[in-house]
Ligand binder design. Structure first.
Ligand code: SF4
Length: 235
């Protein structure tokens, strides 16, 4: 099967497996809130970020309140997210830049968003795709690992992976595909030991157990084969 045909088939199957999918960080109408949640999500679970930000935004609802509060008070609340000193500094600096550099308005382009500390391409893509209706692939650790195992992307460079996925996916699928990679990465294709025998995509996956015998693209994937009891590579 050609790569594009396989990508189409994987996409159809992902829709069957995960008909409802969405970003697992809480999203409301305030763009600043999602920026904060995304910065806090580095090295932290989305569940914990949602819990912590529920408290944080009750006390400091918007960027002006972050500026009044200062880094120390922000840090006290975000401690459970880890790396709190650095993150508190990022959040305060972000609030300052919104006031001083962007006239109180959060910018709407990936390039401008990436000027904020703690905001890289992944977060910028998340913001524009979730809140500004701009199609973008969010390449996080799950997307990197699962799309790589599925032979839809290569390497470990998120920028390269993003381009590879944009080529083979319809635009309207870019953001939901990223969410479904997270769904699949959490449910079945985990970093430590994918459950290939339980995977609905195994017939289409060059990294599945026994995939050598299957017809995929007519070539082996560069990803590791996972035998019984073997460990998958870390994300
Ligand atoms: S077959 Fe295995 S490696 Fe491939 S997507 Fe499924 S769980 Fe991941």
């Amino acid at each position: 099967m050609r790569k594009q045909e396989r990508a189409d088939a994987i996409l159809r199957k992902l829709h069957e497996l995960y008909p409802e999918t969405a970003c697992t960080l809480d999203i409301d109408e305030n763009v600043f809130h999602l920026l904060v949640r995304a910065v806090l999500s580095a090295q932290c679970t989305d569940v914990r970020v949602n819990q912590v930000t529920a408290v944080l935004f009750k006390k400091f609802p918007d960027y002006e309140d972050f500026l009044k509060a200062g880094e120390a008070k922000i840090g006290e609340i975000i401690k459970p997210c880890g790396f709190w000193k650095v993150k508190a500094h990022y959040l305060y600096e972000m609030a300052r830049m919104i006031r001083d550099d962007f006239n109180g308005e959060i910018p709407k382009t990936q390039d401008e968003l990436q000027k904020f500390p703690g905001v890289g391409r992944k977060v910028a893509n998340l913001i524009v795709s979730e809140l500004f209706g701009i199609p973008a692939v969010v390449v996080d650790t799950h997307c990197m690992r699962v799309s790589g195992r599925l032979g839809l992307s290569s390497g470990k460079n998120p920028a390269v992976i993003e381009k590879e996925l944009m080529k083979i996916l319809p635009e309207e699928e870019w953001a939901p595909f990223g969410h479904r990679m997270v769904d699949h990465g959490r449910a079945v294709c985990m970093a430590r030991g994918p459950k290939c025998s339980e995977c609905g995509l195994s017939d289409l996956c060059p990294s599945a157990e026994g995939a050598d015998a299957k017809k995929t693209d007519g070539k082996k994937s560069g990803t590791k084969k996972y035998g019984k009891g073997s460990k998958g590579k870390k994300a």
